[in-house]
Design a protein around this ligand. Structure first.
Ligand SMILES: *[C@@H]1O[C@H](CO)[C@@H](O)[C@H](O)[C@H]1NC(C)=O
Ligand SMILES: *[C@@H]1O[C@H](CO)[C@@H](O)[C@H](O)[C@H]1NC(C)=O
Length: 184
């Protein structure tokens, strides 16, 4: 009896959590920009004042998308350290440490599809449903995260992999810009 109740409770919890988040694709790797394996490396070109930990949110979010598409550098699966070095060698930064979104197309796996200002929930959901990586500018334009799903009960809440914070959802009302990538 107790077992049956427990199972029922578990089933309800599982059903609720499945119903709540729509994450159409199963494998979105998480990288943290302050991971000691690369966090202290200089972000971008010589003379950049920042480390990957300090300012690598856009590059780290992009790396998650690249890893999703099984991108490699020198035959190894990518991480923020190897992508940063690759971008430095291939003119992938502007103003020393601002990633040039389109530069990663040189890695052969994905390219910029579109860049949108303050998109609607239905537009963002459409890209997520089709498996596009959606990089979002959040926190008053101070941070970038990778959108990977959405909350079907609160359509404005976009589920993310956040390279710095433990935040798992952002309200689209605070998303000023999105960079949508497509498989190359
Ligand atoms: C990445 O590689 C894995 C293992 O080979 C494969 O299952 C997965 O479908 C690949 N991902 C993409 C987006 O092609
Ligand atoms: C998202 O932000 C809008 C506008 O500020 C607000 O009306 C809405 O309640 C927020 N949604 C959630 C789920 O917090």
């Amino acid at each position: 009896m107790k077992g049956a109740i427990l199972l029922t409770v578990l089933a309800v919890v599982v059903t609720l959590s499945v119903a709540r988040h729509v994450i159409p694709h199963d494998h979105w790797p998480m990288f943290k920009q302050c991971d000691p394996r690369w966090g202290n490396e200089r972000l971008g070109d010589a003379g950049s004042p920042n480390t990957i930990c300090q300012a690598g949110c856009a590059m780290t979010s992009t790396t998650m998308a690249l890893a999703h598409f099984n991108t490699t550098v020198d035959k190894h699966g990518v991480n923020p350290g190897t992508v940063n070095s690759w971008l430095v060698k291939h003119g992938g930064f502007a103003d020393k440490d601002l990633i040039i979104w389109s530069a990663v197309s040189g890695l052969g796996t994905m390219k910029v599809d579109t860049i949108l200002q303050s998109p609607s929930a239905s537009v963002v959901h459409g890209y997520i449903n089709k498996g596009h990586p959606v990089i979002m500018h959040v926190r008053d334009n101070t941070h970038f995260v990778l959108g990977i799903g959405y909350d079907s009960e609160n359509p404005n809440m976009i589920v993310v992999n956040d390279p710095a914070f433990t935040t798992t959802e952002y309200n689209l009302s605070g998303v000023t810009e999105v960079v949508v990538y497509a498989r190359a």
